[in-house]
Design a binder for this molecule. Structure first.
Ligand SMILES: Nc1nc2c(ncn2[C@@H]2O[C@H](COP(=O)(O)OP(=O)(O)OP(=O)(O)O)[C@@H](O)[C@H]2O)c(=O)[nH]1
Ligand SMILES: [Mg+2]
Length: 173
């Protein structure tokens, strides 16, 4: 049995904490505090250090899943959390004004870590209106990237599991 470290990152409110809570088999270790400043307009709490959960796979391996804080002022944690990770999920909130800029920013933030890793992109908040996934596919083509894109509801255990299990399968392949 192997333990595989993966990291879920993305902007504030993209659903990182929500996704880990949806699928973890152990009580999630979270570091939520009341949001101050502009985050408060979006939601009441925010991650300041990390989230941690676990999910076992059918092959007996266990995913150790770390969620990053979204806010740049806690970016000192990114490096710590990315160390040794084999897979990265970048979540993008489709309701934000420029979700592609968010995606570009997190791809850049994690550039040095994701080079050697498996990457998938999860587009969240697609339940709220016409999701328009074409822009993400066009972006990938324009950037010469081939990361798979999953429209998900981060609150849905099955949506999050399908994405994460696909990523685990890519690691084996
Ligand atoms: N409608 C809808 N709500 C969602 C979805 N994903 C997450 N949410 C909600 O949006 C909010 C997302 O918050 P978090 O999971 O805390 O986001 P986060 O990415 O951990 O944010 P930070 O830790 O602040 O960086 C929560 O209120 C979720 O219930 C989704 O796909 N659809
Ligand atoms: Mg969070």
């Amino acid at each position: 049995m192997a333990e595989i470290k993966i990291v879920i990152t993305g902007a504030v409110g993209s659903g990182k904490t929500t996704a880990i809570q949806a699928i973890s088999e152990i009580p999630v270790i979270a570091t939520e505090v009341d949001a101050s400043d502009e985050v408060r307009e979006q939601k009441e709490t925010t991650t300041v250090a990390m989230d941690y959960g676990e999910l076992s796979l059918d092959d007996g391996n266990v995913l150790k899943i770390y969620g990053t804080p979204g806010q740049k002022r806690f970016s000192f944690m990114w490096e710590i959390l990315a160390e040794g990770a084999l897979g990265f999920v970048i979540l993008v909130n489709n309701q934000r004004s420029s979700p592609l800029d968010d995606l570009a920013m997190y791809l850049e933030n994690f550039e040095i870590y994701i080079k050697e890793s498996t990457v998938v992109v999860g587009v969240t908040h697609v339940d709220e209106e016409q999701c328009g996934m074409e822009k993400y596919h066009d972006y990938m083509i324009n950037q010469g990237l081939s990361y798979p894109i999953f429209p998900i509801d981060a609150r849905s255990p099955s949506d999050v599991k399908v994405m994460i299990e696909a990523m685990a399968a890519m690691m084996n392949g």
